[in-house]
Design a protein around this ligand. Structure first.
Ligand SMILES: [Zn+2]
Length: 432
C-alpha cells in the first residue's frame, strides 16, 4: 500500500516542492542560525543565490563535527520553548549529537515513517513488536509513532529479556518485527532454544530492520531464521536527519525510496566534495527541507551509495538509494587496503557450514597489520579434517575478495557475543 499521494508525484512536481522548501529553509537558517550564516558568508553565498536545485551545490557542507562544535543547541533554528522533544545519538567519541523536534517536526517524522512502514508491507492489521532500545536513540520511538499512525497494534517491548520477547510474540500473535538484523537473528536463536520454531510456531511475516547494514547475505540469514515467506526490508535514517524515515525499501527490494519531499539527496566524491553525476557511487549528502527545530543543509552522512531515478514497479516515483555497501566510518585500512566489514560478512555467509555470528580483530605486530576473523560454526563438528578444509576455504575466499591474508578461527556454535542493538563486531586493537 502506498501511504500518501506525494510518493507518486511526477519528477517535475517533486522538484518544484523541493526548490520552494529549499529556498525557504536557506532563508530561515541564514536569518536564525549564526553558524550557518558564518559558513555561508565565508564562501560568499546569500540565500537569494539559490535560484534552482543545482544551486544547492554552492552551499557549504555540514558535518557531525559542526553539531558537536555547537553542542547542544547551537544549530537550532527555534527557541528551546518551541521544542517538544529532544533526542541524542550515542557519543562514543566526544559529545553526543543533539536533535530537537517541534510539534510539526514530530508530525513530519510520523508521516515519513508511516510511508516507510507501508513500503515494507505493514498495515493496520499488524501486531508490531518493537525490539529497538527505547530512549535517546531515535529508532524505537520513530518506528513506534509511524506504525501507530497507520493503525498497527504496537508492542513496545524494547530490547533484552529475549525469552519474554518470544512469549509476547507467541501470545500476542506478533506479525511484524522491528529490530537490528543481528538482534532479529538472536531472537530466532532464543526461540529455537525454547522449542519454538519461528517459521512454524510464530506469525511474524514482516521484518522492518534498521540501524545496521542489511546485506543480501544477511537477508538470506533472516529467511533461514524466520522462514522464507517473511518480507524483510531495510530502512534508513539517522538521528541528525530526523531518525528513521529518510528512506526505505518497498517489496521489490531494489533500493530504498527516499522521501524526496522532505529530503534532497546528493552524491559527492568524499575526497573532493564535488557532486557526482547521477548513478555514480559516492558519499550521500542530505538536505532536510522541512525541518523546523534543526534544519540541516548538505549534511555529510559518510554513507556510501548511489541514487537511482528509474521508475520502480511499486508505482512510487521517489528516487531510490542503493542499499549501503558500507559506511566510510566503518572502513578499515589494513596493510594499506581498504576493507569494509560487509565484504568479510559476505564471504562468511557464503559458507553454509558457518553461522552469521563473527568477530573481526585487527592488531599490529611490529609494523604489520594482522587480520583475524573469528566465526561460529553453524553446527559443531569434531572432524579436524573438515575444520581444516573449511578454514582454508574461508581464508582463500577472503584473499580473493580483499587481497589480504587473514587468520580464520572457527568457534563452536553459541560462543561469540550476541547483541541486542547494533552489533559491535570489529575490534581494532591497533591504536593501543
Ligand atoms: Zn518501489
Amino acid at each position: 500500500m502506498i501511504w500518501s499521494k506525494e510518493e507518486t508525484l511526477s519528477r517535475e512536481e517533486i522538484e518544484k516542492i523541493q526548490l520552494e522548501r529549499l529556498q525557504e529553509t536557506v532563508n530561515r537558517v541564514y536569518e536564525k542560525v549564526a553558524p550557518y550564516r558564518a559558513k555561508m558568508d565565508a564562501v560568499g553565498v546569500k540565500p537569494e543565490d539559490i535560484k534552482s536545485l543545482k544551486d544547492l551545490a554552492k552551499l557549504p557542507f555540514v558535518t557531525k563535527q559542526d553539531m558537536r562544535d555547537n553542542y547542544p543547541f547551537g544549530l537550532f533554528a527555534v527557541p528551546r520553548s518551541e521544542l517538544v522533544r529532544i533526542h541524542a545519538s550515542s557519543g562514543t567519541t566526544g559529545k553526543p549529537t543533539v536533535v530537537g523536534y517541534t510539534e510539526n517536526d514530530l508530525k513530519t517524522w510520523t508521516e515519513c515513517v508511516s510511508r516507510i512502514a507501508c513500503m515494507g508491507g505493514a498495515s493496520k492489521d499488524d501486531v508490531a513488536q518493537i525490539c529497538f532500545g527505547y530512549g535517546m536513540f531515535t529508532g524505537a520511538l520513530g518506528l513506534h509513532y509511524g506504525l501507530e499512525n497507520i493503525g498497527a497494534t504496537i508492542v513496545p517491548s524494547s530490547t533484552g529479556n529475549s525469552e519474554k520477547q518470544i512469549m509476547y510474540m507467541k501470545d500476542f500473535e506478533t506479525t511484524l518485527l522491528v529490530a537490528t538484523p543481528s538482534y532479529a537473528l538472536r531472537l530466532a536463536e532464543v526461540a529455537r532454544e525454547m522449542g519454538v520454531d519461528p517459521a512454524k510456531d510464530l506469525k511474524v511475516k514482516i521484518g522492518l530492520v534498521g540501524s545496521e547494514l542489511l546485506t543480501d547475505a544477511m537477508r538470506e540469514e533472516m529467511y533461514k531464521a524466520w522462514g522464507k515467506d517473511m518480507l524483510v526490508t531495510s530502512n534508513y535514517g539517522m538521528s541528525e536527519l530526523m531518525g528513521p524515515g529518510v528512506s526505505g525499501e518497498c517489496e521489490y527490494l531494489c533500493g530504498m525510496h527516499i522521501n524526496e519531499d522532505y529530503f534532497i539527496p546528493e552524491i559527492i566524491n568524499p575526497e573532493t566534495g564535488e557532486v557526482l553525476p547521477v548513478g555514480e557511487k559516492g558519499e550521500l549528502v542530505i538536505t532536510c527541507i522541512k525541518k523546523e527545530g534543526i534544519p540541516l543543509i548538505r549534511y555529510r552522512t559518510k554513507d556510501i551509495t548511489r541514487l537511482m531515478y528509474e521508475k520502480c514497479k511499486c508505482g512510487r516515483t521517489f528516487c531510490r538509494m542503493e542499499n549501503l555497501s558500507g559506511r566510510s566510518d566503518d572502513m578499515l585500512k589494513i596493510r594499506g587496503v581498504n576493507v569494509f566489514p560487509s565484504q568479510i560478512e559476505e564471504v562468511i555467509l557464503g559458507f553454509e557450514e558457518l553461522g552469521p555470528h563473527y568477530e573481526i580483530i585487527v592488531t599490529r605486530e611490529g609494523y604489520t597489520d594482522k587480520l583475524e576473523i573469528r566465526v561460529e560454526l553453524a553446527q559443531s563438528t569434531d572432524s579436524f579434517g573438515e575444520l581444516e578444509k573449511l578454514s582454508n576455504g574461508v581464508r582463500n575466499k577472503l584473499k580473493v575478495m580483499l587481497g589480504l591474508d587473514a587468520k580464520v578461527k572457527l568457534e563452536s556454535p553459541n560462543t561469540l557475543q550476541r547483541f541486542e542493538g547494533k552489533a559491535k563486531r570489529i575490534k581494532d586493537l591497533r591504536s593501543k
